[in-house]
Design a protein around this ligand. Structure first.
Ligand SMILES: Cc1cc2nc3c(=O)[nH]c(=O)nc-3n(C[C@H](O)[C@H](O)[C@H](O)COP(=O)(O)O)c2cc1C
Length: 210
């Protein structure tokens, strides 16, 4: 099956990287969403650019078109499969409830972006896209990374969970006996893909016969 054929039967997912530690989760998720033939709308914050460089020596270009080319090439995306939007690109499809994606994931998600979404600020495209998902009753998955959590963080998460968001912290388990960092990353990414309803075979399922 060609990537374009796969695209016709797949989902449209908005993926946002923000400036929390855990950029390997976000990049791996992008890779697997594209490999699965899904259409991806990618957004990232300025702080995400700093963290990507710090954690992966990865330069996230400031121009959306450059990022589109970079990741399309790296992950062998089909024509039009990946679209990247700038921080205030208000004409992007993700900015409106008239054209929402099937689901949105903020991975990794900072406490700052989480607070802005909880407050409904919508001052940046990431915040607006998340706000649209909530108001349109579409799936919004937030992958926070912070420790410990303050009472403010926890209140914001509770508010979002009550508003329909899935709070899926980057908390890897160890019962699958990871032997390297990739295994640890894949544990969290597998849980996100499960919540998106995207098929994967990253690791055996608990209780399944081998
Ligand atoms: C290397 C690095 C790691 C960071 N890790 C976290 C983190 O794990 N969680 C968090 O909430 N903020 C973290 N921050 C702080 C955020 O990047 C900062 O609050 C920023 O303003 C968030 O902006 P954004 O939500 O628009 O990405 C980190 C910053 C740097 C430079």
């Amino acid at each position: 099956m060609s990537p374009q054929q796969k695209l016709n039967t797949s989902k449209t997912i908005t993926l946002a990287f923000t400036g929390a530690s855990g950029m390997p989760y976000g990049i791996r998720l992008l890779e697997l969403l594209l490999a699965g033939g899904n259409r991806v709308y990618l957004l990232y914050s300025q702080a995400a650019q700093i963290v990507a460089h710090q954690e992966l020596q990865l330069t996230l270009p400031s121009r959306a078109k450059e990022a589109e080319e970079l990741f399309s090439r790296r992950f062998n995306a089909a024509e039009g499969q990946l679209r990247v939007f700038g921080r205030e690109e208000w004409f992007a499809p993700v900015a409106s409830g008239s054209n929402p994606a099937d689901a949105m994931v903020v991975c990794p998600c900072t406490m700052g972006t989480l607070a802005a979404i909880a407050a409904g600020l919508s001052q940046k495209l990431i915040e607006r896209a998340a706000d649209v998902m909530l108001k349109e009753s579409r799936k919004l998955i937030l992958v926070p990374r912070e420790t410990p959590f303050s009472a403010i963080h926890l209140e914001n998460m509770l508010k979002l969970a009550r508003g329909g968001a899935v709070i899926l912290p980057a908390n890897p388990g160890f019962y699958h006996h990871p032997v390297n960092v990739q295994d640890v990353v894949d544990f969290v990414v597998a849980r996100i893909l499960d919540h998106l309803g995207v098929a994967h075979s990253l690791m055996p399922r608990w209780g399944a016969e081998s």
